[in-house]
Structure formats: C-alpha cells, structure tokens
Design a protein around this ligand. Structure first.
Ligand code: KPL
Length: 303
C-alpha cells in the first residue's frame, strides 16, 4: 500500500459520507461510490453553514483501501461487484453494523487483507445535506490476511485526524460484540415500537432489556468474551441516553419500508446461540417478530 493510499468508500449513506467527507477535508484521496456511481462531493451542515467538500471521481485500477459502509446485508455483494479492482495489495475495511460478512469475504478474496471496524458516530442525511449528529469513536482491528502494523497504525492515525478518536485495537472482537449487543437491544425494539432511542428509558421496556442483556451475556461467554449482563445493560443505557433524540437505523428502515439488518443483528445472535445450544428466547422472539413484520411490509408493497 502506498504512503498516501487512495481510499474508496463503498456505500454513501450518512456514515459513508461522514467518513468520505472527513477524510477528503484532510486532503486524503477519496472516492465515494454509491449504487449510481461516483459521488462528486459531500455537503456538511456545520455551525458556520454549509460546507461542500469535493471528492475524487477517479478510481484506481486496483484499490488500496476499500472502506465498506453499506448496509450489512449489501456488503458482500457490493464488494464482490468490485472484484476486478481488488487485488492482494487491497485492504478491505468493514465498517457496518451487524456481523457475518468476514467469513464469506475472506473465502472470496483469500489474498486480501481484511480489517474490521465499528463506529459510534451519529450522522443524518437530509435532502442530501449531511449532519454529524453525534460525536463518537471508531475502532479498527485485524480480521484476516497479512498483518502490517505500520499500515494499521498509519490508517488509524489518518482516521484519528479526520474524525477523532480512532484507534487500531487488538481486542476488536470485544468491541464488535459490544456493538452487536447494543444494536440487538436498541434496533429491534425501536423498530417494532416505532419510537426514538430515548423512549426505551421507559419502565415498560426494562424487563425485556434486562432479559436481552442476560441472554447476550451467556452467548458472549460461549464466544470467549465474557461480557457481564450488568456491563452490557449499563452500556446499552448509556447509548440510549447519548442518542435519546435519534431514531435507530432499523427504526428508519422499517418506517421507510426498506429491508433491515435484522438477519445480521438479531439473526446473528440467534444463529450463534443455536450453534452453542444456548437459549435466547427474548432475542428469538424479537427476531421472528421483525421477520414477520418485514414479510408483511414486502407483501403489501407488492399489492
Ligand atoms: O448503531 C445504532 C443504529 O441506529 O444502528 C445505534 C447505536 C442504536 C444508534 O441509533
């Protein structure tokens, strides 16, 4: 990878635009790719007014860094559709909610390096204008392929300057599973009840949230992670408080009748629990209820 790698951001939703625009502001070479093609600029709403940041519309023949910010269920096919520009010198960075994309990608691209990441930044796109609604953090970690600590630190430092803080972690699995725990509680509940994250502070959700955290903790033990139910619950409520005014991504997907990341969030929890023979009845019920809701929405939208 060159000293100043070209960064291709795949998926130009709010989070993709936040990362692409912030990196481009810093002077990095960034191309943003949406389904319609390359995106020419990112328009940030800042306290000083609108700031338009130009992106590069040129794509390298072989990608240096491919930062994947699509929905989790699109990630594998989206990366696959760029296979001709992905070679042994490409590093794929997976920065989406949910789990389950590493295994198919490393099988499909055995010569690449894959890093995993998680972001807690809040971003909102309204009429093409990007708002950075919540300062968060980015964690990156090694997923697959050749390790190169210089490149790992250099990219983490670049992101740290663009969108502080960002660190490369040796315990990325712990961070990813904690994010999965947060998403497996907040996303399905706010999607099914069509409420804001902060509404989950209501006492009526407390028993369900407690059960979800206890079940997740049992699964985390089996995964060798040991996240206590108290720690998960405390973290979930911290995120609920920090993002109280926001609608979760799954809430927005259901409200707009788009597909959700249910399979990559609750579905992943349920399938890993089944693998270990652990009962997760509260997660299973939420997963199935959302599957039914999505099926109903799909069938009525076909009428
Ligand atoms: O990641 C999120 C999401 O909406 O997908 C949370 C953390 C729940 C914030 O809304």
């Amino acid at each position: 990878m060159p000293v100043n790698p070209h960064i291709t951001v795949l998926g130009m939703g709010a989070l993709g635009q936040l990362y692409a625009g912030s990196l481009a502001k810093l002077g990095a070479q960034v191309t943003g790719l949406s389904r319609a093609g390359t995106v020419e600029s990112v328009s940030f709403m800042t306290p000083q007014g609108l700031q338009k940041v130009a992106l590069s519309t040129e794509l390298p023949e072989l990608y240096d860094i491919l930062l994947v910010t699509t929905k989790a269920y699109q990630a594998v096919d989206a990366v696959q559709s760029h296979a001709r520009a992905i070679g042994p010198s490409t590093t794929i960075v997976l920065l989406h909610n949910g789990m389950g994309t590493l295994a198919p990608l490393k099988k499909r691209f055995p010569d690449c390096t894959i890093w995993l990441g998680t972001s807690s930044h809040g971003a909102l796109l309204e009429h093409g204008i990007l708002k950075h609604t919540g300062a968060g953090e980015t964690w990156l970690g090694f997923g697959y392929g050749d390790r190169n600590s210089e490149q790992e630190s250099a990219f983490a430092e670049l992101l740290n300057q663009a969108l502080t803080p960002c660190q490369f972690s040796d315990s990325i699995n712990h961070k990813l599973w904690l994010k999965l725990a947060i998403n497996s509680v907040i996303n399905p509940l706010t999607a099914l009840h069509q409420c804001r994250n902060g509404d989950l502070n209501s006492q009526r959700f407390a028993p369900q949230i407690q059960a979800l955290c206890e079940e997740f903790s049992l699964l985390s033990l089996a995964e060798g992670l040991d996240l206590s139910p108290e720690f998960i619950q405390q973290t979930v409520y911290q995120v609920i408080d920090k993002t109280a005014a926001n609608y979760s991504s799954m809430n927005r997907d259901i409200s707009a009748r788009r597909p959700t990341e249910n399979n990559q969030i609750s579905g992943y929890v349920v399938s890993r629990a089944a693998h270990f023979g652990i009962a997760v009845p509260t997660h299973s019920k939420l997963f199935e209820t959302l599957c039914r809701l999505e099926r109903r929405q799909n069938s009525t939208s076909l009428l």
